[in-house]
Design a protein around this ligand. Structure first.
Ligand SMILES: Nc1nc2c(ncn2[C@@H]2O[C@H](COP(=O)(O)OP(=O)(O)OP(=O)(O)O)[C@@H](O)[C@H]2O)c(=O)[nH]1
Ligand SMILES: [Mg+2]
Length: 279
């Protein structure tokens, strides 16, 4: 009896140690790795699908872009929800929403189903989202609203805005009749704000300067078209007269307006949009 007990004990012990060795020798990495790879593929797939859905759209749309912290997301909320957001953080991926129509227009079909897109200002994110969106949807973009913080418009921000506009116009001017742009000088409730006429003058001078550098191969602004070729992709030659750039020489209209979205001085943006939808 005692011998049998000892035999069972020894067998149980042997099974236990076999299981332990099995667990120890099975490399956990060989299980974790496929799980990680699968998760990574799901994440990349999800990101690409989301990016694709943000980039391609057949709907008529307005694009909001411009300088960092200029009020783009606040305007996006006003246009899509009819009210200012409680708080905004710097935009990292595009926001998409439908234009909320005023009562006057709400039952008119022409004004329905218009998409509003709020793009991040960060240069890398701009290359990731805004540029491909414009290339892919130029025909459905009804207009571009470029927002500037007019209370903080110095040489540096003027240079940045001029580079941005040059890149934008080089894409939009590739389309017959171009795409209309509204440059909105926001935050004019602040006493340091500059008038939109002054901003326009500063931008024309800066664009001329950058354009001249570009012709001499000294500017980093990429004016090559989507396919990368240089020769026939420069769409801005005609807007430059005797080395001076003028917005009014472009195919598309570039309008300037000033106001602030905090104190309800932004109706000119909506008027401009309705005008573009009708035309
Ligand atoms: N004084 C004043 N401040 C404003 C006005 N519009 C927006 N702001 C403020 O400007 C800051 C930036 O506003 P956002 O709408 O987040 O700006 P944004 O352009 O989306 O910023 P990014 O996504 O970081 O590029 C916020 O603190 C707003 O409250 C305005 O008309 N007047
Ligand atoms: Mg934002």
């Amino acid at each position: 009896m005692e011998a049998l007990k000892e035999e069972i004990k020894a067998e149980a012990y042997a099974i236990e140690s076999n299981v332990e060795t099995l667990v120890e020798t099975t490399p956990t990495s060989s299980l974790i790795l496929p799980i990680l790879v699968t998760l990574l593929l799901i994440l990349i797939g999800g990101f690409l699908m989301k990016r694709h859905s943000l980039i391609s759209s057949n709907k008529r749309s307005f694009v909001i872009c411009g300088l960092q912290g200029s009020g783009k997301t606040n305007l996006f909320h006003l246009l899509t929800k009819g009210k200012l957001p409680v708080l905004t953080v710097s935009t990292l991926e595009p926001g998409k929403g439908e234009l909320k129509l005023s009562e006057e227009y709400s039952n008119q079909k022409t004004f329905q189903d218009i998409e509003i897109l709020d793009f991040p200002a960060n240069p890398k994110l701009k290359t990731l989202y805004l540029t491909p969106h414009l290339h892919a949807n130029l025909n459905s973009v009804q207009g571009i609203i470029y927002i500037i913080d007019s209370s903080n418009f110095d040489t540096k921000s003027c240079h940045q805005a001029a580079e941005d506009l040059l890149e934008l116009m080089n894409i939009t001017e590739g389309k017959p009749n171009g795409v209309d742009i509204l440059v909105f000088a926001n935050k004019n409730d602040l006493f340091t704000s500059k008038k939109s006429s002054k901003i326009k003058e500063m931008l024309e001078a800066e664009v001329s300067k950058i354009y001249q550098l570009k012709l001499r191969g000294l500017s980093k602004v990429d004016l090559a078209g989507k396919d990368g070729g240089e020769e026939d992709n420069d769409n801005l030659d005609l807007a430059t007269k005797d080395g001076k750039f003028e917005f009014q020489q472009l195919e598309g209209n570039v309008d300037f307006a000033q106001g602030n979205i905090f104190k309800d001085k932004w109706s000119m943006i909506v008027d401009w949009m309705y005008e573009k939808i009708v035309n």
